[in-house]
Ligand binder design. Structure first.
Ligand code: MTE
Ligand code: MO
Length: 225
């Protein structure tokens, strides 16, 4: 299969993100704790309940908006759709109008997607990569894997999931133009109000320095532990 428009293949799967998150790390990397929140009402805590959902494995390519793609990653975890139908709906009872989902992360990162995109086939809350528990580099203890969407929608270290009526409740972690509401890779929806092909050229020079920065930060973090 050809790569999506504007992407090139890399050999290694780097730890990556916005520079300001390079030095931020999750506190809890083993046990999954998720807070669920609707519009109004109190947050609900979910932890071992996820273990009751069917475990699935999925192989997918991972496409960062800055144009690198890592092919054939093997993730396992639970389908977001099972999580929604079997945990969120009965326990949180979100309103039918709550069609927008905000994911917040232990490192302060946050991102939103339409609920419909999260219910699609192949979207996981994953806790293993290539048959090993997720490491700090790749989202321990649990991350979103939504392969049809750019990497920046694939939230790592997820700690809170909000089901909202209005997508405007969250402030993107990046500049607004960098956060497309859906960010579908096949349509090259890299950003908002700026053509995808233009962003390719703006982002590409950032790849190597960003990888280096994230690697140095992780090495320091692990050495200090
Ligand atoms: N919590 C959190 N999730 C995040 C990020 C981040 O900095 N923090 N960066 C995003 C971006 S831009 C990308 S490309 C992917 C990178 O995932 P990786 O570090 O596993 O390669 O995570 C996404 N999810
Ligand atoms: Mo990214």
């Amino acid at each position: 299969m050809a790569l999506p428009p504007g992407q090139y293949e890399v050999a290694d799967f780097p730890r990556f993100g916005l520079s300001k998150f390079a030095n931020r790390f999750p506190r809890e990397t083993r046990q999954i704790h998720l807070q669920l929140l609707g519009d109004g009402g109190e947050a609900i805590s979910v932890s071992h309940e996820l273990e009751e959902l069917p475990r699935v494995e999925r192989t997918s390519d991972f496409h960062c908006v800055t144009t690198w793609t890592k092919r054939s990653l093997l993730w396992s975890g639970v389908r977001f759709s099972d999580f929604f139908e079997r945990i969120v709906v009965p326990r949180l009872r979100p309103r039918p109008e709550a069609t927008f989902v905000v994911l917040r992360c232990q490192d302060g990162y946050r991102v939103g997607l339409p609920l419909e995109d999260l219910l699609a086939d192949g979207v996981l809350l994953a806790d293993t990569l290539n048959r090993a528990p997720l490491t700090v580099a790749h989202g321990a203890p649990v991350r979103l894997v939504a392969p049809a969407h750019y990497g920046y929608k694939n939230a790592k270290h997820v700690s809170r999931i909000e089901f909202r009526r209005d997508g405007r409740v969250y402030r993107p972690a990046a500049f607004r133009f960098m956060d497309h509401p859906r960010a579908r890779v096949a349509l090259e929806e890299r950003g908002r109000g700026v053509p995808g092909w233009l962003l390719r050229y703006l982002y590409r020079p950032l790849v190597r320095p960003t990888i280096r920065r994230f690697r140095t930060a992780l090495d320091q973090h692990l050495a200090a532990k």
